[in-house]
Design a protein around this ligand. Structure first.
Ligand code: PLP
Length: 711
């Protein structure tokens, strides 16, 4: 049995009544909590309470998005104020720019899993501080920074006040990374030196990154941080430079960098995204091959029963094992779905579709048409307008005399995202054109409630991201469990989920400029819709059933549901990140932080002496490699020497070299053999790499130091 995991996230999308989320990150976090509850994993969530939420979307007749902020009263929500023994709110204090801000907390229970939301809107604070936590993702930089400090630092203080001693600290996205500074400070108060405290914190911290583009990561100028963290620098007992170095990228402080430097386990949210993340992180340690950067892939999943239509659940109750909800990740469990009577499955789908149309106030007679859903945040990379670019072509497709197609759009653009709002305006404009009446719709205010309707009730779920920008995506997974078929670019989760028979892949092009990619991918999408998807939907047998379509629905449910579920995902977090970090945390702090101190000293020694390390000679004869390497005062047992070759496909080949003797004090001879196939092309690329290693490291490149020697 493992200790508690403290799961920090700037947003949680738990249900319709708690509007503290903006999109996929929050929904994923909410589903993570639900799965932790189902699996009996001890976890506690920490976030902020935004009294104005994200925003509610209204669209004017001209397609202009209006952001409304109805004031939320937490008393009216399923939240309980966190009170102390005399019944007073428990308060924590955080210093912001030389003034003290107080935070109270509200608790929501996700089954047995508590989530705490910190709230600055209390009478103890000055008027201007009461709105610090009003909005999720404020546009102004300083407001974001203030929220991030309140959440990171205040969150740790709250957990301590409530008596939590988490074994693992999970940073879900970089926004919450200031948490680690507070934990280092706690150790300093116990008399642990800064570098040892840093090692102890790193040992028990894990980090999930979600953003494949550098611009998506929060960064702050040092001067701004000085204003906010000045007091903290003093308390951390080291100079400003040492603290800023933890997040330094150029002349800015980057929260993703901070999270990376202070975590022992890191993951991206799909296989493609993990690779993209490695390449992104390599910019910060260019001496390391991107393939060697330690980022695991844990592909997102959804909390299946949250997103499953009640009508489908009834069907599954009938056809699947008793207690199937406890075994969702078991593939074999889903096989009986193939035996569901076609008529029954189709009727169920149609009932859900009609219910969705009614709920969204759309004409119910459209249930006879092929209905495509596209709903997501209006971030530019998701290319909401790809489909409406060529209106003539679109007209032909949606107004086909025998095979009409409806498209339902929904989604919010961030209030500070002008481009996103322009894309949205364009869609509304097209939807209002006469020729697209009853064919193209835009649904206001995409939220959990609308999302449920759409992912349950449309026929096809469309996604058109610019590959590889969709870190994972989860809405398509919600669609899949409901027998809604995905049609998407092979990016994020769909690259892993698509099997050729469970949906459609829109071919994408790499190595072309954006306009050309848009053009080619748009054509592919039009062709798919016109020549494959619509004909298959309207091809009926004697009983008026779309046999092939139903077969694909079944294949989609069976192949995707057991894989892209939070049961599988949270078990992976448990095995790949939580258990190792819990063990490491214990190991590093045991015996008055013996291991943490040792690792800190070791790293210090290696850093101070690494400049001595040099590859002096490299010789290749036949299949033998010999290299003369100067290590200076560094012990040969503390380095790994390898012969490295990267082939054209980016695959790395490595051969470990063995120590053969000492040439002179501090200069060693290393030898090895290569066993590769195509020797000749190899030799010209031959490189020797020296890396400092330690059995106490979480990975071989933890020090981000390497020395290369070319022949
Ligand atoms: C699932 C969900 C998302 C995330 O979907 P993506 O596929 O990642 O874009 C966003 N908003 C809501 C309301 C959702 O339910």
């Amino acid at each position: 049995m493992m200790g508690t995991v403290a799961y920090f996230c700037s947003e949680f999308g738990i249900n319709e009544s708690l509007p503290f989320y903006a999109g996929g990150l929050g929904l994923l976090a909410g589903d993570h909590l639900k799965a932790a509850n189902d699996l009996g994993l001890p976890l506690v969530g920490v976030s902020l309470l935004y009294r104005k939420g994200y925003f509610q979307q209204r669209i004017t007749l001209d397609g202009i998005q209006e952001a409304l902020y109805p004031k939320i009263n937490p008393e009216d929500l399923p939240l309980a104020p966190v009170l102390n023994e005399p019944g007073e709110p428990v308060l924590v204090e955080v210093v912001l720019k030389n003034r003290v801000v107080k935070l109270m907390a509200w608790c929501a229970m996700v089954g047995t899993v508590p989530v705490y939301f910190l709230d600055a809107d209390i009478k103890e604070n000055q008027a201007e501080d009461r709105c610090l936590t009003a909005k999720l993702y404020p546009g102004e930089q300083t407001s974001r920074l203030e929220q991030e400090i309140l959440l990171g630092v205040g969150g740790v203080r709250l957990l301590r006040k409530l008596g939590f001693q988490p074994a693992v600290w999970h940073l879900n996205e970089g926004h919450v990374a200031f948490q680690v500074l507070e934990r280092i400070r706690e150790y300093l108060l116990q008399g642990i030196p800064f570098l040892a405290a840093l090692e102890a914190v790193r040992a028990s911290t894990v980090f999930t990154t979600h953003t494949p583009v550098p611009a998506g990561h929060d960064t702050y100028y040092f001067e701004l941080l000085d204003k906010y963290l000045g007091d903290f620098y003093r308390q951390l007992g080291v100079g400003r430079e040492e603290i800023l170095a933890l997040g330094k990228v150029g002349n800015q402080f980057n929260l993703t960098r901070l999270a990376l430097r202070t975590s022992s386990g890191i993951n991206g949210v799909s296989k493609i995204h993990a690779d993209v993340t490695k390449q992104l992180f390599q910019n910060w340690s260019p001496d390391i091959l991107w393939q060697d950067i330690s980022v695991d892939a844990i592909t997102n999943g959804i909390h299946t029963t949250t997103w499953l239509a009640p009508e489908m659940k009834e069907l599954f109750d009938k056809y699947l094992d008793k207690n199937w909800e406890l075994k969702i990740a078991n593939s074999a469990l889903w096989e009986p779905v193939r035996e569901i009577n076609d008529q029954v499955l189709w009727n169920t789908h149609m009932r859900i579709k009609i219910r969705m149309l009614e709920h969204l106030k759309l004409p119910v007679h459209l249930s006879g048409f092929l209905v495509v859903g596209f709903a997501r945040r209006f971030a530019a990379y998701k290319r909401a307008t790809l489909l409406i670019h060529d209106l003539e072509r679109l007209d032909r497709i949606v107004n086909h005399p025998e095979r009409p197609v409806c498209i339902i759009f929904a989604g919010k653009a961030h209030p500070a995202d002008g481009l996103g709002q322009e894309l949205l305006r364009r869609i509304v404009e097209v939807a209002r054109m006469d020729r697209f009446r009853e064919r193209i719709f835009f649904i206001e205010n995409y939220d959990i409630e609308n999302a449920k309707q759409l992912v349950q009730g449309v026929d096809v779920w469309l996604n058109t991201p610019v590959k590889p920008m969709e870190a994972s995506g989860t809405s398509g997974q919600k669609a899949a469990v409901n027998g809604v078929i995905n049609c998407s670019i092979l990016d994020g989760w769909w690259d892993e989920g698509y099997n050729g028979a469970n949906g459609w892949a829109i071919p994408s092009v790499a190595d072309a400029d954006q306009a050309e990619r848009d053009r080619v991918e748009r054509e592919s999408l039009y062709n798919l819709l016109e020549n494959e998807i619509a004909p298959q939907y309207y091809r009926r047998n004697q009983e008026s059933l779309p046999r092939e379509w139903i077969l694909m629905m079944k294949e989609s449910i069976c192949s995707l549901t057991p894989v892209f579920c939070t049961d599988r995902m949270v078990m992976e977090y448990q095995n790949k990140l939580y258990c190792p970090a819990a063990d490491r945390g214990l190991k590093f702090t045991a015996n008055n932080f013996e291991v943490a101190r040792r690792v800190a000293d070791y790293k210090q020694f290696i850093r101070n002496n690494w400049h001595y390390v040099q590859v002096e000679t490299v010789e290749l004869t036949d299949s033998l490699i010999q290299s003369q390497i100067r290590l200076g005062p560094i012990w040969h047992g503390d380095v790994m020497v390898e012969f490295i070759y990267t082939d054209a496909l980016g695959e790395i080949w490595r051969e470990k070299l063995e120590l053969k003797g000492l040439l002179s004090p501090g200069v060693h001879i290393y030898m090895g053999r290569f066993r590769f196939g195509s020797g000749s092309s190899l030799k010209s690329e031959a490189n020797i790499r020296v890396v400092p290693v330690s059995p106490d490291f979480a990975n071989d490149f933890e020090l981000e130091l390497t020395t290369w020697g070319r022949r």
